[in-house]
Design a protein around this ligand. Structure first.
Ligand SMILES: Cc1cc2nc3c(=O)[nH]c(=O)nc-3n(C[C@H](O)[C@H](O)[C@H](O)COP(=O)(O)OP(=O)(O)OC[C@H]3O[C@@H](n4cnc5c(N)ncnc54)[C@H](O)[C@@H]3O)c2cc1C
Length: 486
């Protein structure tokens, strides 16, 4: 069978279940990645059948506790642009120009994400964005989304997916020529790779000792935000931290990242109102004043784990893992969804090559993509330490100030690691990581070098000297790294 056979021949919406899907493409999971993938494949002319375990989120309220809002940045926007939905998504966004740090005495200081004009990240509701993508996918005659259908396993040898309908408890199987697993970090397709020892499948899942819990700062009585909506708020406290992202209705979603069982306060011992209040009074007094329902929310909202999934290969025969199913990462770079949308862009580019079979497409896709998702997984762990600790550190602040100034005065020459990862969609995560880390090293050397003058308000000429030194040392570091790999 060639790829052309999967294109529409007779686009009848809704195929009978329990049967061979014939030429249709099967997608398991209609979350952020699966719904964008369905939209793109439909635009390319494929007949697409999507099976989602949960009810339709446009009809029922989504439950609290699963990252209610997310930071959407350039790589994610690139995926939305590819599918013609960027402008619609932007209407759901609140731009955040930088971080606003809160110390224990309730003082704040800000640090922009970039010194260049127009570089910011966006807070967006997971539910609203997912609903937009489902709407857009369903506008296509050749897409059908079946809600309340959970995939139990996949016979990867024969391309058969087994489902249960959670409304009727009916179990059935669907045969398809090609199956995509976009069913998130607990992917049923990935589990089938593990349980069917048909090939050498490498897999690792590493949890942090920290989990997360979501709380809410409601809007004020006029429906407005109580603190700056132009920032991602951070309360960095070394071993733990609190963050808050704005919502369109004037509220903020607050997330506490805390150890399960280490330190004076941890999730396992914060079990009474008194303890929760004492913890927040001691560590986050200004946030406590903004969260009126802290006791109920803390005790009732779930605590979620934070983990990294790496695996290889991502495909077997005509099945492929995409998004979190292939590469779940911790949320500290705000890139999991962005990376999942970029997956769709990279797959689309491979499809443009008109290769002879899905298996070849999948092989080329993994070759092009894996190094970059491995890199963002590692960068996300690095940022865990940076956000909870280093952002409040004096050397870090000094380094960020120099970087801001370099980006402002030399916008086409200097891109910080954060900018390379977040705003530079034209290079892969791996390249961004290597260059960004080398620059960081060079800048820190320079700050430590007493023969080099750095101060708060450097002129453009002084900054040019710094830029030249940083670039020269960055080139040296990158050269040494590539020689060390030989
Ligand atoms: C606390 C937190 C904060 C985050 N913040 C950010 C951020 O700021 N920016 C960012 O870019 N990313 C962020 N992420 C990461 C982001 O949420 C994920 O990377 C993104 O949701 C991945 O999309 P996905 O479609 O691959 O997986 P998911 O969004 O998990 O979607 C999977 C879908 O598959 C369905 N499904 C699951 N199992 C089955 C099954 N067996 N059968 C059928 N359907 C199934 C699920 O119901 C779901 O709809 C954050 C994550 C967390 C946990």
């Amino acid at each position: 069978m060639t790829l052309q056979d999967n294109k529409i021949k007779n686009p009848e919406k809704g195929l009978p279940l329990g049967e061979d899907l014939g030429g249709a493409v099967l997608i398991i999971g209609a979350g952020l990645c699966g719904s964008l993938l369905a939209l793109r494949l439909a635009q390319r002319g494929f007949l697409v059948e999507v099976f989602e375990s949960r009810p339709d989120l446009r009809k029922v309220a989504i439950s609290a506790g699963r990252s209610i809002n997310l930071a959407l940045s350039d790589r994610g926007l690139k995926g939305l642009r590819l599918c013609g939905v960027e402008e619609k998504a932007r209407k759901l966004c609140i731009p955040m120009i930088g971080r606003l740090m809160h110390d224990k005495e309730s003082n704040t200081f800000s640090s922009n994400y970039s010194g260049r004009e127009g570089e910011y990240i966006n807070s967006i509701s997971r539910g609203d964005l997912n609903a937009l993508l489902l709407d857009e996918a369903e506008k296509h005659e050749n897409v059908t989304i079946h809600f309340n259908h959970k995939c139990k396993k996949v016979d990867i040898e024969n391309g058969i997916a087994f489902f249960i309908n959670s409304e009727t408890n009916e179990e059935f199987s669907v045969t398809s020529e090609v199956i995509f697993g976009t069913d998130g970090a607990g992917s049923s397709l990935r589990k089938s790779y593990i349980s069917e020892p048909k090939f050498l499948f490498s897999y690792s899942q590493n949890y942090l000792t920290h989990g997360y819990k979501e709380l809410e700062i409601p809007s004020d009585s006029t429906g407005n935000h109580k603190i700056s909506k132009d920032h991602l708020h951070i309360w960095p406290r070394g071993d733990f931290m609190l963050i808050a992202l704005p919502n369109l209705d004037g509220s903020f979603t607050v997330t506490l990242f805390l150890s399960y069982d280490e330190g004076e306060y941890h999730f396992n011992n914060l079990t009474t109102e008194e303890k929760i209040t004492a913890f927040f009074e001691q560590e986050f007094p200004d946030a406590l004043a903004l969260i009126p329902n802290i006791k109920d929310e803390f005790l009732n909202n779930p605590t979620g784990p934070l983990g990294t999934v790496k695996c290889s290969p991502w495909f077997y025969k005509n099945t492929l893992l995409l998004g979190d199913a292939a590469h779940a990462i911790v949320p500290f770079y705000g890139q999991g969804m962005n990376a999942s949308f970029e997956d769709v862009v990279v797959l689309d580019e491979i499809l443009n090559q008109e290769l002879e079979s899905w298996e070849v497409v999948f092989k080329e896709y993994q070759k092009a993509r894996k190094k970059d998702t491995d890199a963002i997984a590692d960068l996300a762990i690095d940022n865990f330490y940076e956000m909870r600790d280093h952002v409040a550190n004096e050397i870090f602040k000094q380094k960020r100030k120099i970087e801001m100034d370099l980006e402002k005065y030399f916008p086409n020459q200097y891109f910080s690691k954060y900018s390379l990862v977040t705003f530079n969609e034209h290079i892969g995560y791996e390249e961004a990581m290597k260059k960004g880390r080398a620059q960081d090293k060079a800048l820190l050397h320079l700050i430590a070098d007493e023969t080099v003058q750095t101060h708060q308000n450097m002129t453009k000429n002084e900054l040019k000297i710094i830029l030249d030194k940083v670039m020269a040392e960055t080139t040296e570091i990158l050269k040494e790294d590539s020689i060390a790999k030989l």
